[in-house]
Write a protein that binds this ligand. Structure first.
Ligand SMILES: [Fe+2]
Length: 186
């Protein structure tokens, strides 16, 4: 189940919450953010290789690439067993932009995107089956949580375009972290 909270910029005292997929998708679309739910074309084992993951979602991946001009894709798995997960978490907790779109499909697990539109902070908890495309130049940050668990397909126009350009803003510290959101991941 996905979850969206909309906060006024510079205040986490109040928010509007949505959990209905169609409602979330429609709201994000108005903000220029693509949000979809993908179905696997084949049953995937927990131990599936990156090649098997990509094969299972191939039609959706190719459709997204054709529509948005993406050229390459890979699979990344982050979990609390990785020695550098705390540093990885900390890096993307800082507000940043990219020159490329940030397209992420959650094969499993969850992660929390925060999108700064200038007027509001949109916090989007993505879970298994969710595809989000944060447009190039959009201020955002991401919290994977203290005990991260997710497997994502990443789609790139140019992998170099995914380098983070950090804004130096401290706005991120005003908003609840991933672990203050529901733990669900399915
Ligand atoms: Fe990013």
């Amino acid at each position: 189940m996905s979850l969206l909270r909309i906060y006024p910029v510079n205040s986490a005292d109040s928010y509007t919450e949505m959990s209905d997929f169609d409602e979330i998708r429609a709201y994000l679309w108005k903000k220029g953010v693509l949000f979809e739910r993908w179905q696997a074309g084949a049953q995937l084992a927990k131990t599936a290789t990156p090649e098997e993951v990509l094969a299972a979602y191939r039609p959706s991946i190719e459709k997204l690439k054709a529509e948005r001009g993406f050229r390459t894709e890979d699979v990344v798995a982050i979990h609390a067993g990785l020695p550098n997960h705390a540093e990885m978490r900390q890096k993307f907790l800082n507000e940043h932009t990219h020159t490329d779109d940030e397209a992420r499909f959650f094969v499993d697990g969850s992660g929390l995107f925060y999108i700064n539109t200038g007027a509001e902070i949109i916090a989007l908890l993505c879970t298994k089956g969710d595809l989000v495309n944060v447009p190039a130049g959009t201020k955002h940050w991401f919290d994977m949580g203290a005990e991260p668990f997710f497997q994502c397909v990443r789609v790139f126009t140019d992998p170099a375009g995914w380098v983070g350009h950090f804004t130096g803003s401290t706005i991120t510290s005003q908003y609840p972290l991933r672990d203050e959101y529901p733990a669900f991941a399915g």
